[in-house]
Design a protein around this ligand. Structure first.
Ligand code: ADP
Length: 435
């Protein structure tokens, strides 16, 4: 039914009842009593209305849906409608604040910075990533002009020129930031910042790697091409010279092959699509084989000993073979004739370790922290003379990273070096598995 009718019909009925009652009293007890009684009822009704008005006014000071009075007559309907309105409002508010909290949490977890500025570039809001990237503090800087807070000429030019279709690359606080401004509703603007420091570093590493690899390959290629040109221009070279040229070409070809193989190993080790599949590594077999290879490489020029006193471990036999033999071949290559090389597999308090100790040329302390960088060599010519690629220790580092192992290096120039590969307890094979 129409709500207006619902309001007027009971009110009219009540009024009619009062008039009817007044008429009856008038009829039976006279006009004075009738009118007095009618007036009294009317006054009572006005008092009731005032009472509910008073209650409504009190409720409006603290409009809580659970504290609404019940009401009488038309007030019942008014209060129940107010109750519904209030309850819907409270529900909407709860939903809104829950949504806002979720939004805030999402924004605070966002790796990219978001700053909201008003039409005159005053800071309205920013997330924690923007605080980190731009050195802002929402609490301290709210309401301040962003161009006064980010004092970079490139950024100020970007804002003045207003060419926001293109992002701006900004070097700020030792970071490389990609900054983008997006205008939105009524001349407000959102500033989005993306930290590109890491990707820039990786890109630089990639560029360096390609430059280094090309450089490394160019030298042997130039040598081989030179000899081929000689062979082509002088077909009647004497046999001895030809053999010596061929020998040098084979050496350079071998060098290129080693380089390509090492580069492929590194790429494979770095690839995330190539997960480690650990299995039991038979340390006796592995180290025996490595010792034999070292002896072959040394060709009797060194004394190479092996002592095994520790359990097997879980890992990739191929990768560990590659890492260990890199360390051992370095010891052979950087130890002069008649030197001693000791290989040991030991149990320690923190796990197990593989130790390669030589009394070779040693390494000066300033080089030690850089040895695992790709193509880093202390002495370039010595490394090349011994067929080194400069990638051996980079491969070792990657293999160890994949096995949660650490590389420790102790060395003294002209006295020798000790390379220690430390595996945690977790890598050691469970005794119960040994059957
Ligand atoms: P390379 O192929 O040049 O040997 P590595 O990455 O294996 O490359 O080693 C990097 C550098 O570390 C070597 O060029 C060498 O100068 C130094 N180095 C590595 N092992 C030893 C060692 N046992 N004794 C002295 N120097 C070493």
């Amino acid at each position: 039914m129409n709500p207006r009718l619902l309001f007027w019909v009971p009110a009219a009925l009540r009024l009619f009842l009062v008039l009817f009652g007044t008429g009856l009293l008038w009829f039976f007890w006279g006009s004075i009593i009738g009118l007095l009684a009618g007036l009294l009822v009317m006054v009572a009704m006005v008092v009731i209305q005032l009472h509910y008005l008073y209650q409504l006014s009190g409720w409006l000071d603290n409009p809580d849906s659970t504290k609404l009075p019940d009401g009488w007559g038309a007030w019942t309907d008014i209060f129940s409608r107010l109750y519904r309105l209030r309850r819907d409002d409270e529900k909407n508010r709860a939903e809104l604040s829950e949504w806002l909290a979720r939004f805030r949490q999402a924004m605070s977890l966002l790796p990219d910075g978001v700053v909201i500025m008003d039409d005159v570039l005053f800071l309205e809001w920013c997330n924690p990533a923007a605080e980190r990237h731009l050195g802002l503090s929402l609490e301290r800087d709210k309401g301040m002009r962003v161009t006064n807070l980010i004092r970079s000429p490139a950024f100020i030019d970007y804002i003045i020129l207003g060419r926001y279709e293109q992002p701006l690359t900004l070097a700020l606080r030792e970071r490389k930031l990609i900054v983008h401004i997006i205008p939105f509703e009524n001349r407000r603007q959102i500033l989005v910042t993306h930290d590109a420091t890491e990707s820039e570093r990786i890109e630089m590493m990639r560029r360096d790697f390609i430059a280094n690899a090309s450089h490394e390959l160019r030298t042997p290629l130039t040598v081989i091409n030179g000899f081929l040109e000689i062979a082509y221009a002088q077909p009647n070279l004497d046999a001895q010279t030809r053999i010596s040229h061929l020998k040098l070409m084979i050496e350079q070809g071998q060098r290129m092959q080693n380089l390509v193989e090492d580069m492929l190993s590194l790429t494979r080790l770095e690839s995330i699509d190539y997960p480690l599949r650990p299995e039991r590594v038979n340390i006796h077999n592995l180290l025996d084989q490595i010792q034999q290879e070292a002896k072959a490489l040394s060709a009797g020029r060194h004394t190479i000993s092996l002592a095994i006193d520790g359990p097997d471990i879980n890992g990739s036999p191929e990768e560990l073979q590659s890492a260990f033999s890199n360390l051992v071949s370095n010891a052979v290559r950087y130890t002069p004739e008649n030197g001693n090389i000791e290989l040991a597999w030991q149990q320690t308090t923190s796990g197990v370790q593989f130790v390669v100790r030589d009394n070779g040329i040693g390494i000066r302390p300033e080089h030690i922290s850089r040895l695992t960088e790709r193509f880093y060599r202390v002495d370039k010519s010595r490394s090349r003379e011994t067929q080194g690629t400069g990638l051996g220790l980079a491969i070792v580092k990657h293999v160890l990273l994949r096995h949660n192992a650490l590389l420790a290096i102790q060395s003294k120039p002209d006295q020798g070096s000790t390379f220690m590969v430390k595996f945690p307890h977790g890598a050691v094979c469970d005794a119960q598995e040994v059957i």
